[in-house]
Design a protein around this ligand. Structure first.
Ligand SMILES: Nc1nc2c(c(=O)[nH]1)N[C@H]1C(S)=C(S)[C@@H](COP(=O)(O)OP(=O)(O)OC[C@H]3O[C@@H](n4cnc5c(=O)[nH]c(N)nc54)[C@H](O)[C@@H]3O)O[C@H]1N2
Ligand SMILES: Nc1nc2c(c(=O)[nH]1)N[C@H]1C(S)=C(S)[C@@H](COP(=O)(O)OP(=O)(O)OC[C@H]3O[C@@H](n4cnc5c(=O)[nH]c(N)nc54)[C@H](O)[C@@H]3O)O[C@H]1N2
Ligand code: SF4
Ligand SMILES: [Mo]
Length: 751
């Protein structure tokens, strides 16, 4: 039986024909810049507009150059911006493809059901679509209270809807950036240092003598200034130590590559800590002055020798000792990179704690070449009433189950939406803004059950992504190059802000997120929270408070301010109070002990792949961001599908050839919708396979992305939940190969 909300592959009468003829032009019609279509243009004929990139969360500031006909010809980095230093990554340069993608959402859409029960989307006016969502928000408020309206948000578009939700009276929101990404390090670094590492992370890579990458694959993970600083550090002779079961791009540039057995990193880090302590290589003065719990730590790691770790990690004891000595020799100028996507095995907060403790023993905190003290600009709050009090929010869906979580947990929001699970507080409807949940969330069956259970879903996106197929109403947002948005403010070495303004008018019938949120707000009687006609007024008001103006920012894009919080680094022997329970860096975490968690990290063994199965690991490719860029005409030109990396030993055993198409099947019997090509390479351990995340799109309306490669997410049905902060550990899944089309087999079996 079909559920009330069947997945609809967006197709609307009217735009379909146009889309096909446009597609006939072929993706090659779109080069890196549109100028390929229209011939060269001289810089004098171009007008630059300031923006910051939305292709990933590094938010590099840039200039969009527009020609006399009103077309964006190129996007270049802003030289004064510390996120990019004037250079964008390939995704940022090709980001303009998001604006000129002919598959974009073009008008609001409303779900309809025909007499025979089948469902489809019909084009609607903005008024109708907005009224429908606002009416539903009113209804939910009356029937269940505003708290029952949930929000999945990500990136700047999500921020506009978050404001709307708070004004309406709900705090039931969650974003993948926490539970599916960097949540473990937030909880871990906060409990250790009483501070977060921020985004961009405050890693002083450019001045480091030793950079330790534990699974961080910088170079494929293209976080811009980090990649630039890493290459500077290499030129300056820094030692790079990369721990990765795969020979990553970073590993290729490293002095030491430790091809660790997956899921065993905590053992390696604890053995490093053992060597530092028992060979007296740690920073004694720093530890004595600033840390709490050294004696307990020393006792705890007594038997965690390199020999012990060797049996677990496959890393030779000699390598463990040597790399520990390298770090000690470079200390305190060592960056133990805190990682970003940390949700691997469910003990991820503990792994991040181990990394934080390792940094502390090296005195590598607040010192040149380690982690610096970042400073940001607080954007003045535009006048508005306080947000209404809420009766419950993301913390209370089912008791305070994850007390050390600092943001809403996506999987918990799904569970709170399923009546069968009997959560204390039930969520009845969703807004979704800027996240493609079907590809970003592990455990697809859970997502589908929750999506079918809620009464209503409204999605704001720029593309007909999979998530839009679950919506009752779809709002087409203007792309980042077509809109004003919040002022970018992220802590850095120098405090700074960046402006995003429209370079061109929104194409089609798309609208900026701020406008959509305001229109809903007005319909809900929340005018006082949206007291402006144009978001430019808000920005100008805020900028003036900061001693600049919209007029000035339009000319410069980025503005830097003098630091007020003091120097980048700690002074020698300076008194320093950390924002923790003990006022010290907690090698032994009082918070963790209070909540019944191990106060010092322990290694726990995780399940191994069954016979003929291999651990699925995944990561990034330099030219794509998750699922959002796969259809981008510029970027799909650079990489149009993913492959599955297989060790030659495994390829031999299975008789797999380079380029051969296979389907993957996981331990729970899930099979990939699409086949994926084999890449035979020594760069991956024999017990694992590797895939780039984001491919395997199932919506036909994504003309370049549909059916290209396979989705790692489909293979991630086992979620290893982090008991400390609710992270969705995704690397406890194992796959095997199907050499023949499983659909064919199914048909034959029936015949
Ligand atoms: N299997 C697997 N799952 C993962 C990961 C993985 O590696 N593998 N990585 C995890 C991590 S680290 C993260 S951070 C998350 C990322 O999760 P998401 O942020 O959900 O990732 P995307 O797939 O890029 O989806 C972004 C969505 O926003 C839309 N979008 C882009 N720009 C705009 C805009 O300007 N306005 C609006 N309204 N929408 C826009 C895109 O079209 C797309 O639908 O995924 C997590 N999930
Ligand atoms: N080009 C590009 N860059 C991006 C993004 C993007 O989509 N595209 N997304 C951005 C975002 S939001 C995030 S969160 C970051 C994520 O980037 P990172 O935090 O750097 O990535 P992870 O996904 O944690 O790690 C991937 C690496 O971990 C290795 N690995 C797998 N299992 C293990 C293990 O058990 N132990 C160890 N030591 N290593 C293991 C994999 O082989 C792979 O090289 O990337 C950011 N940068
Ligand atoms: S790192 Fe690349 S994709 Fe990310 S914001 Fe910067 S230019 Fe854009
Ligand atoms: Mo992420």
């Amino acid at each position: 039986m079909k559920t009330r909300r069947d997945f609809i592959k967006i197709s609307t009468v009217g735009v379909g024909a146009a889309a096909i003829s446009y597609k006939a032009l072929g993706s090659k019609g779109f080069g890196l810049f549109e100028s390929k279509l229209e011939g060269p243009v001289s810089d004098e004929d171009l007008t630059p507009y300031p923006t910051y990139c939305e292709v990933c969360f590094w938010k590099c500031a840039a200039w969009a150059y527009v020609d006399k006909k009103g077309r964006i010809r190129k996007v270049l980095g802003n030289k004064n911006d510390p996120h990019c230093n004037g250079r964008l990554c390939p995704r940022g340069t090709g980001g303009v493809g998001m604006t000129y993608d002919e598959d974009r959402l073009k008008t609001p859409l409303i779900r309809e059901t025909r007499n025979d029960g089948t469902q489809y989307f019909r084009e609607a006016s903005w008024d109708e679509a907005l009224n429908k969502v606002a009416d539903k928000m009113k209804e939910v408020k009356e029937k269940h209270g505003p708290e029952a309206f949930g929000l999945f948000n990500h990136g700047t578009p999500g921020g506009q809807f978050h404001h709307l939700l708070r004004a309406y009276g709900s705090e039931s929101n969650a974003e993948p950036a926490f539970a599916n990404c960097r949540g473990p390090r937030m909880s871990a670094y906060f409990s250790t240092f009483g501070a977060y590492v921020g985004s961009p992370e405050s890693t002083d890579i450019r001045d480091t003598k030793c950079l330790v990458l534990i699974g961080s694959h910088i170079g494929e993970n293209m976080h811009n200034s980090q990649v630039q600083e890493m290459s500077e550090a290499i030129d300056n002779g820094a030692t790079i130590i990369t721990v990765d079961p795969r020979f990553s791009t970073a590993a290729a540039h490293s002095s030491f590559w430790l091809p660790i057995k997956p899921a065993t990193d905590i053992a390696l880090i604890m053995a490093w800590i053992h060597v530092l302590i028992y060979e007296e290589l740690f920073d004694k003065d720093f530890v004595e002055r600033y840390t709490f719990g050294f004696d307990q730590l020393k006792e705890h790691v007594k038997n965690m020798t390199p020999e012990w770790a060797y049996g677990i990690t496959d890393i030779e004891p000699e390598q463990i000792r040597r790399t520990a000595k390298e770090m000690a020799g470079a200390a305190p100028a060592v960056v133990i990179h805190p990682g970003r996507h940390l949700v691997w095995y469910g003990d991820d907060t503990q792994r991040a704690r181990a990394m934080a403790i390792l940094s502390a023993l090296l005195g590598a905190w607040g010192k040149r070449g380690s982690l610096y003290f970042a400073e940001g600009i607080k954007i003045p709050e535009y006048p508005q009433p306080h947000y209404p009090e809420t009766k419950w929010g993301w913390r209370d869906w089912n008791g305070d189950k994850y007390p050390l979580a600092t943001m809403g947990i996506t999987t918990e929001l799904l569970k709170a939406s399923i009546p069968r699970l009997n959560y204390e507080h039930q969520v009845k409807a969703w807004l979704i803004a800027g996240t493609n949940l079907p590809l970003a969330m592990p455990d697809k069956p859970l997502f589908k059950e929750a999506a079918a259970a809620v009464e209503f879903i409204a999605v704001m996106d720029t593309m007909p992504m999979e998530v839009t197929g679950y919506a009752d109403v779809v709002f087409p947002e203007a792309t980042y190059l077509e809109r004003y948005d919040v002022i970018r403010s992220a802590a850095n070495r120098e405090p700074n802000i960046a402006l995003r303004m429209p370079a061109i008018e929104p194409k089609y019938d798309s609208k900026p997120g701020w406008w959509i949120a305001k229109q809903l707000g007005e319909r809900l009687g929340l005018h006082d929270y949206f007291n402006y006609d144009d978001y430019a007024e808000v920005i100008d008001w805020q900028l003036k408070k900061l001693g600049t103006s919209l007029e000035e920012m339009k000319k410069i894009g980025v503005k830097k301010f003098p630091r007020k919080s003091g120097p980048l680094y700690m002074g020698e022997g300076e008194d320093f109070e950390f924002n923790t329970n003990t006022g010290k860096i907690e090698l032994y975490s009082v918070d963790f002990a209070d909540h019944g968690f191990d106060p010092i990290p322990k290694y726990t063994k995780h399940p191994e792949p069954p016979a003929n199965f291999y651990r699925l690991i995944y990561g990034r490719a330099p030219m794509h961001t998750f699922s959002r860029t796969i259809n981008n005409p510029n970027l799909s030109d650079l990489m149009s599908e993913n492959s599955v990396w297989v060790n030659p030993k495994v390829a031999d055993l299975w008789g797999l050839k380079k380029g051969q198409e296979v389907w993957l099947k996981n331990q729970d019997g899930a099979i990939t919708t699409f086949p994926v090509k084999i890449r035979v390479t020594e760069r991956i351990r024999w017990d694992s396979v590797y895939m780039v995340h984001g491919f395997g799109h199932a919506n036909k309306k994504l003309s370049r992305a549909f059916g290209r490669g396979a989705a790692d997410t489909e293979m991630i049905t086992n979620v290893m939940v982090d008991p400390i902060m609710g992270g969705t550990g995704m690397r406890g899944n194992f796959i095997t190969f199907l050499k023949e089309d499983p659909a064919l087999n199914r048909k034959e079996a029936k015949a």
